[in-house]
Design a protein around this ligand. Structure first.
Ligand code: HMG
Ligand code: MG
Length: 298
């Protein structure tokens, strides 16, 4: 793709919050999503319909989802690990869902208590129902550039899981460097390999910034042709089942970079920075976004 437009998939309300120890009340999450809705973002992941025992922070998924303002033209996907999650998400009014698995067996066992093959079996009825219901499904592949348990992850394993999810009906495959260990040449080679089996327009990249490589990795992937990027406002985030992994790349920093390169996102950076600063205050911790730090320095 050589187009100038990059779609940002804002995952702060889900990936960003799922690992936060301080439980945020539902009204703060609702306020966060409503603020994000007014920035011009087109895709805002809202929450997860997963086991509250596994992810206590998102136990209020239904209340949050029901009460956010749904802006026409904006999608609000939610994570679902299985049919039970799908039904709960639909009952709350979700019109787009995301399923998630990994390229590493060990990670999947820790995260969803299933093998890769079993996870795909669990997704089949979700994809079947979604198709019948006219619901869009996104598919996440975690640990695409390294696994906290297994270490290296062969590119061939990433390709085969991504291809399978796409064949099963996911309209977009998000490739996640869950623990943020990737570097640009590796990221680019991994994306190139996946794009031989899944069309580039159906791929998103999802970087965590643990080692400070996220923006460099995104740039390498943009050069390879990707035009969808996952990020989290204020750089919050981390997976509870990926020890040591820090936040997602900050949306503010991605948008700043893209606009600086003459690319378009449709996002108002000032509103995004204000939202990031507000969220950091709610979480009572400094923002991880360099742009928000720079713009709000006193
Ligand atoms: P399990 O314990 O193996 O499942 O968990 P189970 O089927 O035996 O069910 C156990 C209990 O969970 C039962 O309740 C079920 O009803 C309940 P009980 O009878 O014991 O009271 N349950 C549910 N409750 C609510 N919603 C559901 C649901 N399903 C079952 N959907 C399970 C299996 C998948 C449920 C569990 O492992 C789970 O919820 N995992 C979620 C983990 C998670 O959310 N991880 C973070 C997201 S992934 C990520 O962050 C990576 C990503 O950002 C990309 C990247 O960075 O790489 C996407
Ligand atoms: Mg993530």
């Amino acid at each position: 793709d050589t187009s100038n437009f990059v779609r940002i998939v804002e995952v702060g309300a889900r990936d960003g919050l799922q690992n936060e120890k301080t439980l945020l009340p539902p009204d703060v999450k609702i306020a966060l999503i409503d603020r994000l809705s007014s920035t011009g973002l087109k895709t805002i992941e809202a929450t997860s319909f997963v086991s509250a025992r596994w992810v206590p922070q998102l136990a209020d998924a239904e209340e949050v989802f029901r009460n956010i303002r749904k802006v026409p033209g904006v999608s609000y996907p939610v994570l679902v690990p299985n049919e039970q999650g799908y039904r709960a998400a639909r009952a709350a009014g979700a019109e787009e869902v995301s399923v998630f698995t990994a390229a590493s067996e060990a990670f999947n066992r820790a995260n969803i208590n299933a093998t890769i093959a079993d996870s795909l079996v669990r997704f089949q009825p979700v994809l079947d129902s979604a198709k019948a219901d006219g619901v869009k499904v996104r598919g996440y592949v975690s640990t695409v550039l390294g696994c906290p348990y297994q270490g290296d992850v062969p590119v061939a394993d990433v390709v085969s899981v991504a291809k399978r999810l796409h064949e099963m009906g996911c309209y977009e495959i998000s490739l996640g460097d869950t623990i943020g260990v990737g570097t640009p040449a590796k990221a680019r080679a991994m994306l190139h390999a996946v794009s031989q089996e899944v069309p580039m327009h159906a791929i998103s990249v999802h970087f965590h910034d643990t080692y400070g490589q996220a923006l460099a990795n995104i740039l390498a992937c943009l050069e390879e042709g990707v035009r969808v990027v996952d990020s989290a406002v204020s750089g919050t985030g981390g997976c509870p089942y990926a020890k040591g992994a820090t936040g997602n790349v900050a949306s503010e920093d991605v948008v700043y970079m893209l606009h600086g390169m003459g690319m378009q996102t449709g996002v108002n950076l000032d509103l995004l920075v204000a939202t990031g600063a507000w969220l950091a205050a709610q979480l009572n911790k400094p923002t991880a976004s360099r742009v928000t730090k720079a713009r709000t320095a006193s």
